[in-house]
Every structure is written in C-alpha cells, then in structure tokens.
Ligand binder design. Sequence first.
Ligand code: ADP
Ligand code: ZN
Length: 755
Amino acid sequence: MTPPASRLIEVALPLPLFQTFTYAVDGTLANQVVPGSRVLVPVRSRRAIGICLGDATATVARPRAILDAPDPEPVLSTALLGLCRWIAEYYVVPLGIVMRAVLPAALTGADVPRPAAHMRRTATIARALPSLQERDDLFGRAVRQRALYEALESLGGEADVSHLTTQLGFAGALIHALETKGLIALRVDEVRRDPFSARPRAEATSHVPTAPQREAVAALAAASGGEVFLLRGITGSGKTLVYLEFLKEVVRRRGQSAMVLVPEIALTPQTVDRFRAVFGDLVAVLHSALGDGERYDAWRALAGGEARIVVGARSAIFAPLANLGAIILDEEHETSYKNGEAPRYHARDVAIVRARDEGAVVVLGSATPSLESWHNAERGKFRLLTLPERAGAGRLPQVSVVDLRIGARSPMPDDLPDPFRRVIGEAIEDGLRERMARGEQSILLLNRRGYASFIQCGACGYVATCPNCSISLTYHRTPERLVCHYCRYEEPPAGQCPRCAGRTLRQRGLGTQQVERLLGDRFPRARIARMDVDTTSGKWAHATILDRVARGDVDILLGTQMIAKGLDFPNVTLVGVIDADVGINLPDFRASERSFQLLSQVAGRAGRGPKGGAVVIQTRMPAHHSVRHALTHDYLAFVGEEMPGRAEPPYPPMIRLINVIISGTVEVPTEELAQRVSAWLVDGTARSERARITVLGPAPCPIERIHKRWRWHVVLKSEHAGALGSLARALLERFEVPARHGLRIAVDRDPVSLL
Ligand code: ADP
Ligand code: ZN
C-alpha cells in the first residue's frame, strides 16, 4: 500500500510574529483542510490552534504534521479570511492576532473542549414505575438510585444532568446506572443561550415614516453594494425607523442578512429591543457580558443562518453572516468602535471594507458625525442623507447656558457657603423642582465619577496620586477609598498629609457620588438613580436602571457620559449639564469635537415627547465653540469652526495619523528607546516614497505612566496611507527592541486618542 499523499499548508498562529508557518497534512485529513479551516498543530512542545491560509508556497526541509482538523466546515469564509488579511496589513498586526480577535474565544484555545462548552445533557424518565412493588424490585438496596429516580419524577420527569449532579449532588455513575437499567434516557441538546431572551419583548411600534425618513429608506433600498451612506439625523429624528425599514427590505424581501452595530449594547437596550420587536428570533445579540459559550452559540446561529441579523458592539463586525446585505453603524462617531488593543481596528473602517468585498450597503448614523465621516461625505466618498427634524411629537429642546463665573456672585464658587449651590445653580434647581411637581423626569450629566476629583493638602499643595500611573487618585465615598481610574489601584484616604503631616487634606473637584448626595439632601423625596461605572458593574445593571427610568420609577437620572447615548424617554423634559468644561481642555486634538458631541447628545435626551423639554448647561466657557453650537443644535456651524483648525497644523481628517507608543517599566531606558525609534523613523522617511511623512516627537504621552509603565510616543503624519503603513511595518519588523525593562513598541493606526 502506498502511504497517503501529504501536502504542505501555510498556517497562521496566534503569536505576535509577522510570519506564517508551514505544516504537512496527510491524506486522511487532506479533504477537510481548506483555507479558513482550524488546524491543531504542534508548536515546539505545545499544541496550538491555527488557521489554514492555503497551500504553502515556501518549501520546508522537515515540516511537522498537523495533529487534527477539528471542524467539518472552515470557520472562516473566504470573505472573512480576506477581511483578516486587510486588517493585518492596514493596522500592521500579525494575521494570527487578527484571527484571535475575529473568532470567538471558544474556537481559538487549544484546550477548549469543542462541543462540551455549549451542549446540554438532559435526563428524561424513559419508563414509568407506577407501583411501589416495581420500585422495590428494581432498586433493592440501591437507595441513591431510587432517590435520583424520584427526584426526576418530582422535577416533572426531565432535568439537566448538570442540575442533578451539581445542584442535587447525584454522582454521574448513578445516572449511568439508571440509564443502563433503561429507566432514564439521556439526550444531548445544543442550546443557544440568549440572555436577551429574558427581557420582555417590546411591542413593535408602527409609525408612518415622515417624508425625510421615506426618502432615506428609498435611497438605501436603491443603493448598490459597497456604497456608504452617512445618515445625519438630529437627535430624535427617528434614525432607528430608517434602519428598521431598510432592514425589512434587506432581510425579509431580499432574504439577505444584516448587521447592526451599536457603541455599547448595555447602554442601548432600547435599541436592541426595537430590533427584536420587529425581527424576533432572527436577531442574535452579541453582548460584551456574554460568556465564551454564549458567544459561541450566537456565532453558530449566525453561521448556520438561523439568525440573520446580528446586533452587537464593535466585534460583531466579524459575525459569520453569509449573503450580507447591509451594515448599520449607529452613533458612528463613538470612540468605542475602536479596539483598544491589538488589532487596533476601527469597526467603521472594517465595516466599509467588509461591505465593499461582500456587496453590502453601509449606513453610518449620527446626529453629530465624526469629522472623518463628514469629510468623506463632503468629498463624495460617502453619500449624505439628512433627517432635519424631530419625528413624531418631539421638538428640539430650548437650551440655555448658565455662566458659572457670573452666576455664583463670587469668582470661585468653591467659596459659597451652600454646598448645593456651589454645584447646582438656581436654573437647574428650579427646573428639577418643577419637573417633580409635574411628575416629569430629569437627566443630569456630570462626566466624572467618584465623590471628589482629587484630594489636596491645603497647606503644602500635595495631591494624592497613583503609584502606578501619573494621574491623581479620585476620592470615593462609598466605600471610602482613593481610586485610580486607570489601573484601579485603591488605598484608604490618609488622615494627614503624607508630605507635610498637616491635617489639612481637602476634597477638590466634583464627582457623581457627591452630586447624588447633595441632591438627596436638597430633595429628600426625589427618587434618584445614579449611573456610572461604579453602579453598573453587574451584567444587567445598565438595563435595570434604564428600565426603572422607563417605568417612571425615577425622578432624576444622574450619570456620566453613559446617560448621553441613544436613550429615548418621552417623559424626560429637563436635561442639566453640571459642568460642561470637563474634557474640553484635554490635551488631545479631538477634545472640542468630543465635548460638542457629548453636549449635543445629552441635550438630545430632552423633549422627545409631546411635553417638550429644556436643557440647562453650566459652564465657565460659554464662548467656546463646543458649547456655543451645542446650544443651537448647530452641527454645521461647529464643523465650520472646527475643521479649519485641523488644517494647520494638519490633523485628521485632513491627514492620516499613526501613534507609535514606546513603553517600559524603567523611565530612562524607555526615553532612550523612544529617542532611537524616532531617529530610526526620521531616517526611514528619507527614502523617496516615504518622503511626505512627518515625524513628531518623541515626547512623553500626556499620561506619562499607566500601570507602572512609562510611556512615550512618536506621531507619524501623512496624506499617504500606504506610505505610513509601510514605514510602521518596517519599524515593527526590523527595529530590534532590547529584551529588558519590559520595553515594547505598539503601533496605533488612526488613533482615537493621543493620551
Ligand atoms: P434618533 O435615534 O434619531 O435620536 P429615534 O430613532 O430614537 O431617534 O426616534 C425618536 C423617537 O421618535 C422615538 O420615540 C420613535 O418611536 C419616534 N419616531 C420615529 N419615527 C417616527 C415617525 N415617523 N412618527 C412618529 N414617531 C416617530
Ligand atoms: Zn493607576
């Protein structure tokens, strides 16, 4: 007999290396291994799951053979494999690292048992034993077997095996004994664990689309594959209805599949509910709180075509949908669409590439589009659709400004005797009182959590800072701790100043905990809900708070930027911004844009119903364009003032950026490495095709130290996307980073923040 023929394949492994590996596949597995298949391979003395990319082009002297090919079908379609390659190339990341982000975790670990993670075994009574005599005969002295049998009876004749073993404590051997006797039958079910199925199903509301909504839907329905639309609709203009009507066309009439991306599922349960109300079980929800097994279930449902609409946050862009007709990105300006670690992809850009390759239409929706998308619309790369008015009974709220410099009657409101008045002026206080008297609701924004922003010594000026990061510790009252908002370091507040030993430590600045207490003191009967990172750590905490607001069980919803997004509560008639200036002065070129977006979005939560609404913004910078144009809901005026500032010196969207971050555990070697990286990059730009790259830096990052790591950066700017990518790739492939002091280089392409 001739041995089965073997062939060589190229495999990507989830390692931080820009190379692929060659393995042999022998005849028995050959048919199963195609591009996109998972393969279990030996790597030195370990085993790892890799992805077959195709036949090997390089020849290797003595290739090792793959150990297994676990799946009958490839886990990555040709299209998704192509998308992975694009991400690897554009974001300058090893392909294996991209695949690890694209596939559910259950598919990429070598040790994850394949089916067990998502199988449910059920035991069912197979033969009824109506009489006592029969029982005595069959069980004799096997009392535990009898107890198990009777437990099953009491559970209605059927139960999960895991319930019987872990909850009720029956040994697995007992279950097998009953099965052998033919008394019970074991069944293995695949279960889809959908946490959203526990939420009450919302009613599908059927509004008659307004004329602008109809026009938008018609334009989308007539579009050809690969086209990108920017849907700019003011807050409350009914963008969701446009999405729903377009998806009815795509999913119901054309039988295609579709994606709906939202910034964060937990913050937008209402949006998810609307899609589920219309499309029911066709919708699979990918939630960041899903366990590996649940995520895998959803992934399989999508791959198998049982679910044809995925709703999820950024990583849902990798859902294994076939025959993709539409990709919708709601609130496209949100920074949460950018992944914070390698691969540092932006879901909006990945969506555009995926749609182009698979012939789908992209809809980017926002009331305040990112300047990048606006620029693309102006250049004709995206088609602009506009919803200029609020739909239904809503009207844009009246926005007024309270100048904290004047209103306080003293230059420093910190000196006012009434602590409530230091924080909340008369306009908001009166507004809250009126709303409560009328049974209406209010939203208050303060984009800073904790109780006080920091603790400072009144005598020597000492500020408590994080030992791991170069930022001050935030004072939290319940429980009483000083907390680092970057690395979560905590310590109890000191009784006296560690520097001068004075008993003069004072709380400075303001956080949501303090506002909550002040409100509670001022309005003892008010039902106040606070929503920030500290109150929403549980899986369903966000949805629980928002459901309470929707039911009318909350008078005042107080929170950080979490409360600014997508909420649609018609009974909210007042929005107050306690300090609009938080964030405006951050050392980042997008600080103004972010502030304008946040103010516009939160203002947009008011006046969504027939009762109308009002917004009051407290600020010390009423003349700042972020504040001024948010007052008049004037996106175009904001862009008109902001865009020229991005031209000289040039910043996105006028040019492209790569942020090269150099970090290490020891200060001086990190700086030295940054100097060398910068010099290397300057040298690299001397070559002709990279001539138009500007190298800025090195400089310490605005946050110099995070998690005990010192951070420096070099910023690369150019109009030429390709040249930027090739320079960054050359750096990562050729520049040798010394293997000491934890030194590292990271490349962040199209960064959303330079902090
Ligand atoms: P956006 O996302 O644009 O801020 P939403 O999609 O949340 O706005 O819609 C705002 C409100 O207007 C919702 O309560 C929605 O039910 C309502 N709405 C949308 N379209 C219509 C319409 N054509 N007629 C009446 N009400 C509508
Ligand atoms: Zn820290």
